[in-house]
Write a protein that binds this ligand. Structure first.
Ligand code: 5AD
Ligand code: SF4
Length: 476
């Protein structure tokens, strides 16, 4: 799921990422800007952890940074182009700093770094380092080389190397980041949907071994994390050898993670319809910890377009799958991704997409105009849809999805639900929690402390948040 997050991270308490003893005080500052999906958010945190051991603390103020890193997204043209306009602005800062004898290193990481490599240095010569997503554990040595004047491009390492060597943050750092956390369990994609650049930027599907995942999950739980979202470009393609010597899929992994003390809530994203296994559906049926929310993109409701997209399933396959999932977990909320204006999409194809949306009834969805990506089969197709047609279709599709989302939010009013308290609210006396369906819930601060799960009744549903004003005593 791509959310266009541009999040500047905050870290005040720098301790060694590898042990829990305080490290050298932060003597240098890194400013980090994250674009794209949750995996980039996770990666930005891991990069911060790697740099902390080298004396870098995070700053939210670019002007005081010694190092600026843009962790980039290549999924659509707009996301990739944003990076170059941002680099233009940062170059000016670099020049200003140089004029008063201060150094600013500029780095590009993430999927644009992987896709464009050295080309970035040609288009933006002020950049000092380009690091692909598989190479973050080497960041401290890359930064040292860049400091000595080398222009560094590192995009060649194997993902297993990163999984093995990425530092785990100290408990104090995890605590600072809150009671929810991401945990990458899988990277890459072998599906080769014809619109998508991910198989080229993130490489082929690789699953992280069970022991690494369990160690990280336990560490997160011991540091106060209550809700973990497992991440992967194709997270439900995750597989590995379980401690019982058997081949595990994501379902078995979730059953095991549900036993980790302190982890009260589990989620995972993003999934492909072809990899929804029996055991994963059973996990939705049997695990109260697995939240009733599933992001399962279909992209289009037209079989013709699904075929040219190389999705390897039909609209009817998808609908049957959703019936099975809802049979296992009736209160599950569905989320999806849609692309309008894929090459060759006719009015009828588009109507088929509108129809599947009506049939599924989504609680949440992300929708995009098709954007040709260099090197993908879609970009080379001949029958591209005109921009104004894409615009009209996107508008109609989003109007329908907005209606469904509003109706879903309204359907929560009056319900009792468990809410995980996450952070103080904007106004004094308020706290904000998260519903099982990922909605923010604004509540009276007296209802509990951060990290508590409280049972409340929803008094009102707004367009972005729910409101609860009473705690329901749990009788059990
Ligand atoms: N154009 C538009 N949207 C795209 N997505 C992926 N590639 C493209 C593209 N070339 C969308 C898909 C995917 C989501 C992460 O981004 O809907 O599920
Ligand atoms: Fe891209 Fe398709 Fe792989 Fe998802 S499944 S990352 S859309 S190629």
């Amino acid at each position: 799921m791509e959310q266009n997050i541009a999040r500047d991270e905050k870290l005040t308490n720098v301790v060694s990422p590898l042990q829990d003893a305080p490290a050298q005080a932060a003597t240098k500052k890194v400013f980090m800007k994250t674009y794209g999906c949750q995996m980039n958010v996770y990666d930005s945190q891991r990069m911060t952890d790697a740099l902390a051991s080298d004396g870098y603390g995070l700053t939210e103020n670019m002007e005081e940074a010694d190092l600026v890193l843009l962790n980039t997204c290549h999924i659509r043209e707009k996301a990739a182009e944003k990076v170059y306009s941002e680099l233009g602005r940062i170059r000016k800062l670099k020049e200003e700093k140089a004029s008063v004898g201060q150094e600013l290193l500029i780095g590009v990481t993430g999927c644009v770094a992987q896709a464009e490599g050295r080309e970035i240095l040609r288009r933006a010569p002020s950049v000092d380092l380009v690091v692909g997503p598989q190479t973050y554990h080497r960041l401290p040595s890359v930064v040292k080389r860049a400091k000595s004047g080398e222009k560094v491009v590192e995009t060649e390492y194997a993902i297993e190397d990163k999984f093995e060597h990425l530092p785990q943050p100290a408990k104090a750092i995890v605590r600072n980041r809150g009671v929810t956390a991401f945990l990458t369990v899988q990277e890459g994609c072998d599906k080769f949907c014809t619109f998508c650049v991910v198989p080229y930027t993130r490489g082929s599907e690789v699953s992280r071994p069970v022991n690494q995942i369990l160690t990280e999950a336990q560490r997160l739980a011991e540091s106060g994390v209550r809700e973990v979202t497992l991440l992967g470009q194709n997270v439900n393609a995750w597989h590995g050898e379980g401690p019982d010597g058997k081949e595990w899929g994501l379902g078995e992994l979730l059953f095991r993670l549900a036993e980790v003390p302190g982890l009260s809530r589990l989620r995972y994203t993003t999934s492909h319809p072809r990899d929804m296994s029996e055991s994963l559906i059973a996990a939705h049926r049997d695990l109260p910890q697995l939240m009733p929310y599933l992001h399962l993109p279909v992209q289009s409701g037209s079989d013709r377009i699904l075929k040219t997209m190389n999705r390897k399933h039909t609209a009817a396959d998808y609908l049957r799958l959703i019936d099975r999932i809802r049979g296992a977990r009736p209160d599950i909320a569905m989320s999806g991704d849609f692309i309008v204006g894929f090459p060759g999409e006719t009015d009828q194809d588009f109507e088929d997409t509108m129809r599947i949306i009506r049939e599924v009834n989504y609680a949440q969805a992300f929708s995009f105009k098709y954007s040709p990506r260099p090197g993908t089969p879609g970009a080379g197709m001949s029958n591209h849809v005109e921009e104004h047609v894409k615009d009209e279709r996107l508008q109609r599709l989003q109007a329908l999805l907005n209606e469904q989302q509003a109706a879903f939010a309204q359907s929560r009013a009056g319900l009792e639900m468990d809410v995980l308290i996450e952070k103080p609210g904007r106004d004094a006396g308020q706290i904000v929690g998260r519903s099982p369906w990922l909605q923010p819930v604004i509540m009276n601060a007296e209802l509990g402390d951060i990290g508590d799960i409280v049972r409340v009744r929803i008094s009102k549903a707004g367009s972005h948040s729910l409101f609860a004003d009473s705690e329901i005593p749990v009788t059990a």
